[in-house]
Structures are given as C-alpha cells and as structure tokens.
Design a protein around this ligand. Structure first.
Ligand code: PMP
Length: 406
C-alpha cells in the first residue's frame, strides 16, 4: 500500500520552512525533489569511489564503471527495453532529442521529407526539429489540439503521408497534463513507415513505461523529473535504428580506433557517449529508479491520479478560475489563471505563503498562443504531495482572489 507520510520522510527538503511557513512544493513538473537515498548514494561515491569510468585498471575506476553499467541495466528494466545497449546516457530530455535530430536527421532526413510534432510540445521537442528542417530543407507539420487539450487525431491521420519520416510527441504535456494516445500514434505512424520519438519527460515519473509494448523508436526522459539528479538523462532507441545512425559528438570513449587516415567508432551505446559522462549522476539516477521501484509505480500512479482528481475538484471552486487543459486522460499538471490577476502576481503571492508554483510560458509558447495568453501559472504534483497541501494551495488562491477583488 502506498503510504504518503512514509514517502515524505524520505525527502528532507519537505520539512523546510519558507518565510516561516511550511513548504508546499507544487513545482514538480519543473523538477522533483531527491530522496535521501539518492543524495546518500551520490555522496558515498564522491567521498569514497570517485574515479573516471571505462578507462582505468584500478579499483576505484572499476567500481565506478560497474556502478555506471549497473545503472544502465536498471534503466533498461525500468522502461522494459530489450537490450542494455539501447540505453544512452545524455544530459537530459533536451539533449536526447537533439541527439536524435542530429544523428537520425543526418542519416534519414532528406529534402522535402516531413516531420510531425504537436501544438502542445515543449520547446525541446520543437526547436531541434526546426533546426533539422532548416539544415535539410525538410518540412515541419503540426497536429493541433482542442480547447480541452486533446490532440486532433483526425488531422494527425490526414498529415500522415509517405513523406513523413518522424513523429515527435509528448507522452504527457507539461502544460495541459494531457496523456496523449501515444500507442495509437505509434501504430498509425508505423503503418505509414514513419518513426516515432516519445518525449517522456512528464510521463516517466507518473506512468509505468514499456518501450517494447509501445513499440516507440525513441524515448527520452530526464533524471531530475523522477527524483534523480540534474544533468543526467536517457535516450532509448531501438538497436537496429541506433546502429544505422552516425555518432553525433566526437571525442574519447565513442571511438574504436583513431588514425589520421580514418577513425572507427565504438559499439553501442558508447558510440553516442563522447567524453567523460556524469557517471555519479548516472549512479544517482539508478538509485532514484530503484527507489521508485521499491515504492511501486503502479501505487504511485493510483495515488497521484486520486490526488489530481481532488485538486481539480477544489480548484474549480475558486472564483474567477481559468483552467487550461481538461483532457479526459490527464496527469499531475494543473495550469491555471484567475481572471483579472496576472500569473506572475499569483506566483509571487503564493510564494509568500510558502507555496511553490511555476509561472510564465512554461517552455511552450505555442500553447500560450493557442489560448491567447502570454503566461500561465502551473501547479504540478508528485507522489509526496498531500490533500492537506492542496487545501493550503486552494485557500491561498481564494485569499489572493479576495485581495484583488477589493
Ligand atoms: N519535454 C517536456 C515535456 C518537459 O516537461 C521538459 C522539461 N520541462 C523537457 C522536455 C526538457 O527537459 P530537460 O530540461 O530536463 O532537458
């Protein structure tokens, strides 16, 4: 059974006071907090074992190398990839997508080809494709969403044609919280021989992911959104595809032999991991995933779903509330405004009450344009949030609404 009070004990930061008020951390979509076990594991490696991986013959280097590769196996199991070589460590979702845009783009995209993204993508799943389209004279097409925040699957179906080489789609929107029908999208794209990259940045911590079940070609996520460290992320790619893709960055570790006449490249996954990796970050990510495994993602998902339902019910009662994104399939993100109050004022006043929410364009300007606004406020929940915190948050909103009404 999922026990939130037990989980909260694992996160020391949740005991912090902000302006003398208990912290209510509702900015988990931006980054989650790290449990003590992750902090301890990384500290232990810095204190006792720090040494560069894959290069040494000595004890410490082997210790870090083994832990780095064990973490790769933990990631493989976590997303149910078929092979460990399919797990490439990057700096985060952004770098994973850029890697694909460069390397897959180099090998597979030609003039006149089309790439499809959706109107609700994070900038990280838009700009790399625009840059690729500029380099290759390819064309970017966009699937719109309706006012509830659901993708227009009819338009998607119409956009799929033989020129489409890749579809990039967020599993969960970081603004609308919509859980997109990625399996349906992948099957439809494959029927037209297009590949699919799933941006899993907002899904990995909330939804059990099975890349083989989904049959996606690429899956990207960041460690810091799933209770792991910053600066580390994952690109999953199907082995057969990764093998056909050229290296992206050159340097140490990604080579087999270097000659001035001709250099040959390393095997997967190292072909895509040039230079010294953030190996202690990798080890921290492995620990974070093990921690989530111990609690159980199914139980976490049920708890968060229930908490989101409660939060939506409560927030709807706030006078003047504007909600962005009310899809039938929704996860952990509530973007909102209050009539007559700028989102920055909302965020600033909530902050004074110890409540952390995000405000701004949320790295998704096309979503702002869809609703004709320049900014939103966003509360995003994680497994350690409680009903009591939602009550404090909604009471805070009511108070702000009252102040502005006067
Ligand atoms: N995609 C989505 C849906 C996101 O929410 C984020 C992070 N806000 C990213 C991509 C980028 O992740 P990162 O900044 O960790 O690379």
């Amino acid at each position: 059974m999922f026990d939130v009070s037990q989980v909260r004990k694992d996160f020391p930061i949740l005991e912090e006071k902000i302006y003398d008020k208990p912290l209510v951390y509702l900015d988990n979509g931006a980054t989650t907090q790290r449990p003590l076990t992750v902090i301890d594991k990384m500290t232990e490696y810095y204190l006792r074992y720090n040494s560069n991986v894959h290069r040494g013959v000595h004890y410490l280097s082997n210790k870090c190398t083994d832990a780095n590769e064990e973490a790769r196996e933990i990631v493989r199991k976590f997303i149910n990839a078929a092979f460990t070589e399919e797990i490439i460590f990057t700096r985060g979702t952004t770098e994973s997508i850029n890697l694909v845009a460069h390397s897959f783009g180099e090998a597979f995209i030609n003039e006149g080809d089309e790439i499809i993204v959706t109107e609700m993508e994070h900038h990280a799943n838009i700009v790399p494709w625009q840059m690729l389209c500029d380099r290759k004279k390819a064309v970017l097409k966009v699937v719109p969403f309706n006012d509830k925040g659901e993708l227009d699957m009819e338009v998607f179906g119409k956009l799929l044609n033989e020129r489409v080489k890749l579809v990039g789609v967020a599993y969960v929107s970081n603004v609308l919280g919509t859980v997109n029908p990625v399996k349906q999208i992948i099957d439809a794209a494959h029927a037209r021989r297009a590949y699919v990259l799933v941006d899993g940045a907002q899904a990995i911590q909330h939804i059990p992911v099975d890349v083989q079940g989904l049959d996606c070609d690429f899956f990207a996520f960041s460690g810091h959104k799933i209770y792991g460290p910053t600066g580390i992320g994952v690109l999953y790619g199907k082995k057969s595809l990764l093998e056909q893709m050229p290296p992206w960055q050159g340097g140490g570790e990604m080579i087999k032999e270097v000659r001035f006449e001709k250099t040959t490249y390393n095997e997967l996954p190292f072909k895509f991991e040039a230079g010294t990796p953030d190996f202690i970050g990798v080890i921290g990510l492995g620990e974070a995933l093990e921690y989530v495994n111990r609690i159980g993602l199914d139980g976490i998902a049920r708890y968060e779903h229930e908490l989101l339902g409660y939060a939506m019910e409560q927030i709807r009662r706030i006078p003047g509330i504007i909600l962005y994104g009310e899809a039938a399939e929704k996860s952990s993100v509530i973007s909102f405004g209050i009539e007559g109050i700028h989102p920055f004022d909302l965020g600033t006043l909530l902050d004074k009450m110890g409540i952390a929410v995000r405000t701004g364009q949320l790295c998704a300007e096309p979503v702002m344009q869809h609703y004709g606004v320049t900014a939103m406020a966003r509360a995003s929940i994680a497994m350690y949030n409680t009903r009591e915190e939602i009550d404090v948050f909604c009471a805070g909103l009511k108070k702000i609404e009252q102040i502005f009404k006067m």
